[in-house]
Write a protein that binds this ligand. Structure first.
Ligand code: PPS
Length: 305
């Protein structure tokens, strides 16, 4: 039996969140995404859910503007699978850089963007912290169909992690997602890509920000990058940054009525959730699924002398 209830939309062999455009003709909407009219100047942020999309989105937005100013909107306003129409994106003047994002697997991203080698920023996070963050997200977000607290899923942490270990998760799961991107980079299908890890950005941000500015073709002083880093810290983004954005939709979707995008923003919170047995099972899962992968992840902060 599938862990993710049948009411959720499915495309190919994976389940998706019930965003309004995915509730009807799902193939039609996914075809529209494939045919999305990308521009040379677009920056496409690609992440598996709960990998820090909002964080990297804010950073990319500030660097590309050349100013440490928060954007007025959340990244959901440019998340292709959640948008009923791409009209607002089409209306952005050609002179303005569009920052677009999606959690869709590599194979389902807009063809023009990938084939023409337009910019992609791929941000990864270790799968244990992703699982914890995703579980908390799912328990905090209302069931879209009833607008009530979710009842039958994700049920409980032990059940969630058990099903996760059987390979079930939205968007086809973390392993398929990250292996899909790794392969696309190796084959050269994905060429113009900047890759960074959540843990690396958390622990030693400035080298990542410098390299990102370079990739985006922006001349940014260390002073500006330090300022961006400060304004994009978890503490600032979840308070000052959040207060400057319209989060009415996020709050309306939240079981508690609070913004659920910002939780802890830490590396290694999984240790507060996984039992020893769950951790061992998860390590076996990683070993099996990533045996042909060269990807390396950090699961805790590196303590420096
Ligand atoms: S979503 O809903 O898939 O778009 O979520 P996403 O933004 O990808 O990931 C949410 C997690 O990122 C944490 N977060 C941050 N970490 C560090 N610094 C900053 N500024 C930041 N902003 C958001 C957020 O708290 C979620 O992680 P957890 O572990 O749940 O706290």
């Amino acid at each position: 039996m599938s862990y993710i209830p049948e009411r959720f939309p499915r495309y190919k062999d994976y389940a998706l969140p019930p965003f309004p455009p995915l509730k009807g003709n799902i193939s039609g909407h996914l075809d529209k995404i494939k045919d999305f009219e990308s521009r040379d100047s677009d920056i496409f942020i690609c992440t598996f859910p709960k990998s820090g999309t909002n964080w990297i989105n804010e950073i990319v937005s500030m660097i590309s503007k050349g100013r440490s100013e928060y954007s007025e909107v959340y990244k959901n306003t440019a998340m292709l699978e959640a948008l009923p129409s791409f009209g607002a994106l089409h209306d952005v003047p050609e002179s303005t850089t569009r920052i677009i994002n999606s959690h869709l697997p590599f194979a389902d991203l807009p063809s023009k963007h990938i084939q023409n080698g337009y910019k992609v920023v791929h941000f990864l996070r270790n799968p244990k912290d992703v699982a914890v963050s995703f579980y908390n997200h799912l328990t905090n977000i209302k069931d879209f169909t009833t607008m009530q607290a979710p009842k039958d899923y994700p049920a409980s942490w032990p059940l969630y992690i058990e099903h996760y270990c059987r390979g079930e998760e939205f968007y086809g799961g973390w392993f398929n997602y990250e292996k899909g991107f790794e392969k696309a980079k190796e084959t050269g299908e994905l060429s113009n890509v900047f890759t960074a890890h959540y843990e690396q950005l958390k622990q030693d941000p400035l080298p990542v920000l410098r390299a990102l500015a370079n990739f985006l073709g922006v001349k940014a002083t260390d002073e500006l990058l330090e300022d961006i880093n400060e304004r994009c810290s978890f503490d600032k983004m979840s308070t000052v940054g959040a207060s400057e954005k319209d989060d009415s939709v996020i709050k309306a979707m939240s079981v508690t009525g609070k913004n659920f995008i910002f939780r802890k923003g830490q590396v290694g919170d999984w240790k507060n959730w996984f039992t020893v047995a769950q951790n061992e099972a998860f390590d076996r899962l990683i070993e099996t699924n990533m045996k042909d992968s060269k990807l390396k992840f950090r699961y805790e902060y590196i303590v420096k002398d």
